[in-house]
Design a protein around this ligand. Structure first.
Ligand SMILES: Cc1cc2nc3c(=O)[nH]c(=O)nc-3n(C[C@H](O)[C@H](O)[C@H](O)COP(=O)(O)OP(=O)(O)OC[C@H]3O[C@@H](n4cnc5c(N)ncnc54)[C@H](O)[C@@H]3O)c2cc1C
Ligand code: FES
Length: 344
């Protein structure tokens, strides 16, 4: 088992729709933020195991047990929906991700489609339960039967009529939403910080609508649901076997000086030129966030505040993120003699 992973026992499995199940974990000790996700290890006869990310749909503040919500879409999601029962055990990596509001007191504009409601639901439950923000949710689905959390959203809107407005969009009735149609729905709320999650065409229509209303990129948060190609559990196990002495022997060039701001503290370290940033921070005992370790999920994203790095692979950050100084720690090697990074 990877050092950073843990096993959680399943307390319950709830059928949300014919295609989507929530898996409720039997623990009160999971430290997560609204909108974050877990990486779950799923057994495979072909390759031992695969890893997939699933967003938490519960609120970390309500005292409820943490839950993820999985919609059938392929190998791993079908396996989870078919095999997980109360009492099953699942290996997970710590919660991670940056699709999380800065404050629960701010008004937010939320766009979700299909299973993209999962992290958004965590945000909705958290803001309504523990904050003062007002929420407008535009929620698109194929048809009425595929609306995950339909009942829960109805109850929340009834309990908080002044703070939660849900605008349902059904493809079976209205067709696929276009940029212009989403723009019209978003116009009265265009000053609000926005969160967008769903299938790729929906996300691109929603982000184009928000940008056309003048919302700066830094206020548009997106979560892309992709299947991890690599297996971070196996990478972590491999890394554990790699001894410190091997690392030292492989480092020929003089190291970079690295300053890291993480969890409210600042540390200065030496950083071997051939060691990826995330691997080095974990070697040094720092609690840096990650999931895929392959440049595919953005869980390890941090900001370069001085110096330069090069990324070996990047499948998630766009040119605007990179221009803002965001990099993927799991793919970064140093270029300059001094580098400063921040996770704040
Ligand atoms: C940060 C994050 C959070 C996520 N949160 C959730 C969540 O809360 N709920 C949820 O249900 N999912 C979530 N996902 C998605 C989830 O991790 C999986 O990607 C999803 O369950 C599909 O995995 P799978 O193994 O079931 O399907 P896969 O076998 O990976 O297939 C996924 C899709 O890709 C297609 N596909 C597979 N292989 C190919 C190929 N070679 N060529 C073309 N198409 C292919 C399949 O037909 C299918 O439509 C999240 C992903 C990320 C990165
Ligand atoms: S951990 Fe997924 S991109 Fe780095």
């Amino acid at each position: 088992m990877a050092e950073s992973s843990r096993v959680l026992r399943v307390a319950d499995v709830v059928a949300e729709t014919a295609q989507a199940h929530s898996i409720v974990f039997d623990t009160e000790e999971l430290d997560y933020k609204p909108g974050q996700f877990l990486t779950v290890r799923i057994p495979s006869d072909e390759c031992g195991s695969v890893a997939r990310c699933y967003s938490l749909s519960s609120s970390p503040y309500s005292g409820e047990q943490p839950r993820v919500t999985v919609k059938r879409d392929g190998y791993a999601s079908n396996w989870l929906c078919d095999n997980v029962r109360p009492g099953s055990e699942l290996e997970i990596l710590p919660p991670s991700g940056v699709f999380t509001p800065r404050s629960l007191d701010e008004d937010l504009l939320l766009f979700a489609a299909g299973s993209g409601i999962t992290p958004v639901m965590s945000i909705v439950r958290s803001v309504l339960g523990d904050g003062e923000g007002h929420l407008t949710l535009v929620y698109a689905n194929r048809d009425e039967n595929s609306v995950i959390f339909a009942g829960a959203l109805r109850d929340l809107a009834a309990r908080h009529p002044d703070r939660l407005t849900v605008m349902h969009w059904l493809e079976s009735v209205q067709g696929l939403p276009t940029t212009e149609q989403l723009r019209a729905l978003a116009t009265p709320f265009a000053q609000r910080e926005a969160f967008v999650c769903g299938p790729r065409p929906f996300m691109s229509a929603a982000t184009s609508a928000l940008k056309s209303l003048g919302l700066p990129r830094s206020r548009i948060h997106t979560e892309k649901f992709v299947s991890l190609g690599g297996n971070p559990f196996e990478i972590a196990e491999r890394e554990q076997r790699r001894s410190k002495s091997t690392q030292a022997a492989q480092t020929a060039q003089s190291p970079t000086t690295l300053t890291v701001s993480l969890d409210g503290t600042q540390r200065t370290l030496t950083w071997p030129r051939d060691r990826k940033l995330l691997d080095h921070l974990l070697d040094e005992g720092m609690d840096a966030p990650y999931s895929c370790r392959e440049g595919q999920c953005s869980a390890c994203a941090c900001r370069i505040t001085s110096g330069e790095v090069k990324m070996l692979n990047n499948e998630v950050l766009d040119s605007e993120d990179i221009a803002d100084g965001i990099v993927l720690a799991c793919q970064s090697l140093p270029i300059t003699d001094e580098v400063s990074i921040s996770y704040e």
